[in-house]
Design a protein around this ligand. Structure first.
Ligand code: XLS
Ligand code: CA
Ligand code: CA
Length: 438
């Protein structure tokens, strides 16, 4: 069955095309800084949003029909989603998918029955992957929807619940390995607290780390060679989540000896919820050697929650690609953890969402490469920090001084040289010139 029969295979037609189902900027074979666009931008479809989300919110039920011609919560619906998903990815030229265990099949009463359903669908998906050459970017376990996780999973007060989380992670790792996934994600949606009055924070944090270590040991024992990722998010659904932001997650990983097996999956919308820019979070991950993968979406500055919109803001995608290129690329990819707005409820809108996201990132890549080739920003930063290249600055960075020597140096100097202007407006003009002036 062809689910998107009336929709074409989306191709690159260049920026002058008026065809709504064509790419204006995403030209997979175009070479930029020595790599094709397709290599720079391994795009992925999020199973949960694209094949699951029907636009419901706290005030209303679904507006988009994602039944794909089958009754929901049945195995035939699970298979229809696979067929629709693979057709969608092929038509858009999206090479990867990401999944939670319970995105693939409806959860059953028992773990054993859910796992049997997962085995059935995994065989079906594996066949499709062989036929089409499409791949898995990462897998994860949903440890937040089922009521048993109301107090967290790894951070639950209940040791039994912790074991259920372990069971789900084990199975999700089995599936990730079966699909040849590049990564395995921990997003700690309910790993946090509502009030410290009922919370043993130290035990909860130690237990989350224990669960991660157990997952690493099991994953490596079954041949998983990819990266584990933490996906930071400060809040929602919990008031406070332990993986608040990139810096917090990195500190946690190092404190528990997990830094060799883990990197970060940075989501744009989570960065802004944490009070940071997307670029800030990418830079923190990048300079720590932990930039693994990206959840490519955006939030809304006027709303304080996780809206998971398709990427539209080209300043953001440009600065994102600037960070990614500077960090030497990703080990993962760009997962559109994004959903159509509630009134955008047609299959055409699903295509428009991805075309928007892919073109926004392609344009961001083109512009980021131009910023780097242009060189003025790099040159300015180099000059700005030039006092560290020689003299006292070089001695300090080589760790060749004492506090006493520095005090003597400062006293002799009388006053420091003018540190110079930060020239923010000049630099912002360069960005605008490159974005709009050429
Ligand atoms: C929710 C998260 C979630 C993770 C995967 O806010 O973005 O979807 O990416 O569990
Ligand atoms: Ca995400
Ligand atoms: Ca999100």
């Amino acid at each position: 069955m062809e689910y998107f029969r009336h929709l074409p295979k989306v191709k690159y037609e260049g920026k002058d095309t008026k065809n709504p189902f064509a790419f204006r900027f995403y030209d997979p074979d175009r070479v930029i800084l020595g790599k094709t666009m397709k290599e720079h931008l391994p795009f992925a479809m999020a199973w949960w949003h694209n094949l699951g989300a029907g636009g419901s919110d706290m005030f209303g039920t679904e507006t988009a029909d994602k039944s794909f011609g089958s009754m929901k919560r049945t195995m035939s619906h699970a298979k229809a989603k696979v067929d629709a998903g693979f057709e969608f990815m092929q038509k858009l030229g999206v090479e990867y998918f990401c999944f939670h265990d319970v995105d693939l099949v409806p959860e059953a009463e028992t773990l054993a029955e859910t796992n049997a359903r997962l085995d059935e669908i995994a065989d079906y998906i594996t066949r499709k992957m062989k036929e089409t050459g499409l791949k898995c970017l990462w897998g994860t376990a949903n440890l937040f929807s089922n009521p048993r996780y109301m107090n967290g999973a790894g951070s639950s007060n209940s040791a039994d619940v912790f074991c259920f989380a372990a069971a789900q992670i084990k199975k999700a790792l089995d599936l990730t390995v079966k699909f040849g996934g590049k990564g395995y994600v921990f997003w700690g949606g309910r790993e946090g607290y509502e009030t410290l009055l009922n919370t043993d924070m130290k035990l909860e944090l130690d237990n989350i780390a224990r669960l991660m270590k157990l997952a690493v040991d099991y994953g490596r024992s079954i041949g998983f060679t990819g990266d584990f990722y933490i996906e930071p998010k400060p809040k929602e659904p919990m008031k406070h989540q332990y993986d608040f932001d990139a810096a917090t997650a990195i500190g946690f990983l190092r404190a528990h000896g997990l830094e060799r097996d883990f990197k970060l999956n940075i989501e744009a919308n989570h960065a802004t919820l944490a009070g940071h820019t997307f670029q800030h979070e990418l830079r923190v991950a990048g300079i720590n050697g932990m930039l693994g993968s990206i959840d490519a979406n955006q939030g809304d500055l006027l709303l304080g929650w996780d809206t998971d919109e398709f990427p539209f803001d080209v300043y953001e995608t440009t600065m994102c690609m600037y960070e990614v290129i500077k960090a030497g690329g990703l080990t993962g990819g760009f997962n559109f953890d994004a959903k159509n707005r509630r009134p955008s409820n047609t299959p055409e809108d699903m295509f428009h969402g991805f075309i928007l996201g892919m073109d926004s990132f392609a344009l961001g890549l083109i512009k980021a490469a131009r910023l780097i080739e242009d060189g003025r920003i790099d040159e300015f930063i180099k000059e700005r920090y030039s006092s560290w290249q020689a003299g006292i600055g070089a001695k300090i960075t080589n760790n060749e001084v004492t506090l006493q020597e520095l005090a003597e140096y400062a006293e002799k100097l009388g006053a420091p040289k003018d540190p110079g202007s930060g020239k923010q407006e000049y630099l912002q003009r360069i960005v605008n010139d490159i974005l709009f002036g050429e």
